[in-house]
Design a protein. Structure first.
Length: 291
């Protein structure tokens, strides 16, 4: 009896050790789930809403990180290569991710393909088009449908939420005293066009771009001419330039979130794409004196 129990314990230890070395507890074949690698938060959010329990979703961009210039570790490249589905944005948004996607063994989906994109001026900062389509609920609905097709999952519940969000924006921004939104970087072009606003951006399509003195002076002149009372900044980058412009024109600053990623605090609070878009609407209504 004693000898049999010892042998049984030894066998169990060997089995557990083998399971650990093969990635016990990790997502993938061992857990019975397929893997989806998403380049950054909005794609991860959509994938998690659609995938249910069939997929494990892996967001390449860590919380609090700015995704435009994401650099990949060897481990992250390996996650892309082995994933069943990879969701990413082309047109130069995350060059390291686009390069790694070429080595992917699973299905890859550039969610910008087939959308009516705004061309980047002079291929600005390596971008060939404005990638910020997720800030337009109507365009993001098309993205969600494509992700649903890739995951063989119904996009209908999330699409209905986005349609409701679009109705809220149309109603909330219909009667406003002002139409110009001053932003720290040019992330809100699709949103502005959808709802009849005009974006005045301090920097270009990537938030790290440093404007030349002449460019900054031009922005200040435009802001003065527009009589804007608010200069918007975002949480994932320094508000220094927004503060500078606001001081020059006698305006205040406020947050308008491009929703490129969640901060750790937003994660703790349970914020999502939907809640942050509603916060953006409230901020716009206040800044533009909407009725």
């Amino acid at each position: 009896m004693y000898r049999s129990a010892v042998i049984t314990r030894i066998v169990l230890i060997i089995v557990c050790a083998a399971a650990l070395t093969s990635g016990c507890g990790a997502s993938g074949p061992a857990s019975g789930k397929k893997t989806v690698v998403a380049a950054f938060y909005p794609l991860a959010y959509a994938a998690e809403r659609l995938a249910g329990s069939r997929y494990a979703v892996d967001n390449l961009t860590p919380p609090g990180a700015e995704p435009h210039d994401l650099e990949l570790t060897a481990k992250a490249v390996g996650r892309i290569e082995s994933a069943d589905v990879v969701l990413y944005l082309g047109h130069g948004f995350q060059p390291a991710v686009s390069a790694a996607v070429d080595q992917a063994k699973g299905k890859t989906l550039d969610i910008l393909q087939g959308l009516p994109l705004h061309t980047a001026q002079g291929q600005e900062e390596g971008l060939t088009a404005d990638p910020h389509v997720w800030l337009d609920p109507v365009l993001f609905s098309q993205v969600v449908k494509r992700i649903g097709a890739a995951l063989q999952a119904s996009p209908t519940p999330l699409v209905r939420e986005l349609q409701q969000l679009d109705r809220e924006y149309r109603k909330g921004l219909r009667n406003c005293a002002r139409k110009d939104i001053v932003t720290s970087h040019a992330a809100f072009g699709y949103l502005a066009r959808r709802y009849g606003l005009r974006q005045v951006a301090i920097t270009g399509l990537t938030p790290e771009a440093e404007p030349a003195p002449q460019q900054l002076a031009n922005v200040v002149r435009l802001v003065r001419r527009s009589h804007a009372t608010t200069v918007f900044f975002e949480r994932l980058v320094s508000p220094r330039l927004a503060d500078t412009v606001a001081r020059e024109v006698g305006a205040k600053t406020a947050v308008l979130d491009p929703i490129e990623g969640l901060t750790p605090d937003e994660q703790k609070q349970g914020d999502t794409y939907i809640t942050l878009m509603r916060q953006n609407l409230a901020a716009l209504r206040k800044a533009l004196a909407c009725r």
